[in-house]
Design a protein around this ligand. Sequence first.
Ligand code: UDP
Length: 328
Amino acid sequence: MILIVGGAGYIGSHVNKVLNEKGYDTLILDNFSYGHQELVQWGEVVEGDLGDGELLDRIFQEYPITGVMHFAAFTYVGESVTHPAKYYHNNTSNTLNLLRSMIKNKVRNFIFSSTCAVYGFPEKIPLTEDHPLDPINPYGRSKLMVEQMLHDFSQAYDFNYISLRYFNAAGCDPEIETGEWHEPETHLIPLILDAARGIRDKVSIFGTDYPTPDGTCIRDYIHVLDLASAHIKAMEYLEKNNKSQIFNLGNGQGFSVREVIECCRKVTGKNIQAVDEDRRPGDPPVLLGSSKKAKELLDWKVEWVELEDIITSAWKWHEKLYQELKTR
Ligand code: UDP
């Protein structure tokens, strides 16, 4: 049985769905601070907090957990700058709690949701796993500290991990059983889709003077189901090889903010208003990853190659979510 910490969130709920489809038993641990009950449709659930060491020990003693996937983190970069204590407490210190309990209860396989934010400003594109690590905000540092702990734990204890450095997760389950539901929403694609539905009157373009072809930031958008398949391959790799690894997970293609907005206009058929604004602090001009290592060692491949398909899957989910929220 796999313990999915934060399984009621965007990425965790998609991984939970795919694990169940593949025949795994899952147990979700979530405190529902940002996660949603509605997104937990597979496996068993325990409501609780990672700060609760007794609860963690109880879970490992009562359930036949063979591996842990850890998605429970705060991810708002701007908030991490104004409230760093919240990020170091939840993302770093609570993860230490979880790792301690795993060691104590002899659970050795751990998959960690890391981020391309651990790199900071890229010196070379595409980013590879050996690029220097110099995060530029507390969010990235809170995740890098966990990666450092993981390394030390794997040296000292009978413990193996895979750290997955995600680029920009996007898209939703095409069967629209789960999807992206952040409150507040700060991510580009859902904000554009809100503008398409008329929930917002416009979308802001943060920075138009970057050194990129159209002046807006370039990001690497990877479908959440491609992330999910990588998690399953990573867990299988740990079970087979007992070897810790770090992998980038990206699509390998870059799209500018303007290109993403244009693609959303095409997919939705709506006239989405976009306004140029100042840069958002802490945004590198280009984040683009090489996932060569994951493809080679995990035999993983990106199925959702086209941005248009990724956005179409997100649009379907956002329409459903909006209809449901409207009728509440
Ligand atoms: N962005 C934007 N307008 C928005 C939200 C985001 O122009 O309302 C830009 C942001 O500056 C970045 C890109 O879109 O260059 C992706 O941002 P997002 O917050 O989705 O993900 P991040 O790259 O911060 O993880």
